[in-house]
Design a protein. Structure first.
Length: 208
């Protein structure tokens, strides 16, 4: 009888911890993919703090982003200058404050294209894509997850030492530690989900 009671107490104690087991990488990938199935357009505000050894004070920027399933990311910086970047699969577009547009084809600039692909995967929480580029260690739960990304051998490992990101339904924070000792922290807030693009967003993606 005492042994049975001991077993019961043991299982009562471990059940909460079993329920809190970290999601696997495929589970988290499916969780985030389902979110984009429900609302393929996500808008948010962001702040970025960039710390560099050459500067005593961090450089801060703020703006807005739009993540669109199947199209890419619009990264709109509002301060300290106004410039927008469209990170699409086949091109990267820069739109200056004066409205002048520069288009760079991915095939002509493979290094820049890889950076664009990485940011699309990070901002869109494409855990399946990130797992091809990084060793992924998930922690927490599906509603409050954390990821530690260590680059696999290759070009990314020469530039990035580690990426840590966390969130729930959306990516809420990303910290990038670079190989040279610099770092960048991005914080996202005021998320808005939608199923359709605004006219200006369609124009930037080249959609009719």
């Amino acid at each position: 009888m005492r042994r049975q009671m001991t077993s019961c107490v043991f299982f009562v104690l471990i059940l909460p911890f079993a329920a809190m087991a970290a999601p696997t990488t495929p589970e988290l990938a499916a969780h985030m993919a389902q979110r984009f199935e429900q609302a393929p357009v996500l808008r948010a505000e962001f702040t970025q703090e960039k710390r560099m050894a050459a500067f005593r004070k961090p450089l801060q920027t703020r703006g807005q982003l739009t993540v669109v399933r199947g199209e890419g990311v619009i990264w709109q910086i509002d301060a300290p200058l106004k410039v927008a970047y469209v990170l699409a699969e086949d091109r990267i577009v820069e739109i200056g404050e004066d409205g002048v547009t520069q288009i760079r084809a991915a095939q002509d600039m493979p290094g820049l294209a890889q950076v664009g692909a990485l940011f699309r995967a990070l901002l869109g929480a494409r855990v399946d894509v990130l797992a091809d580029l990084f060793a992924v260690v998930p922690e927490g739960t599906l509603d409050a997850w954390r990821l530690t990304l260590t680059p696999r051998p290759g070009p990314i490992a020469q530039a990035i030492r580690e990426i840590r990101m966390n969130g729930g339904r959306h990516v809420e924070q990303i910290r990038i530690d670079e190989a040279n000792g610099d770092s960048a922290t991005l914080v996202f807030r005021n998320f808005r989900e939608d199923r359709t693009l605004l006219p200006v967003e369609r124009e930037r993606f080249g959609l009719r």
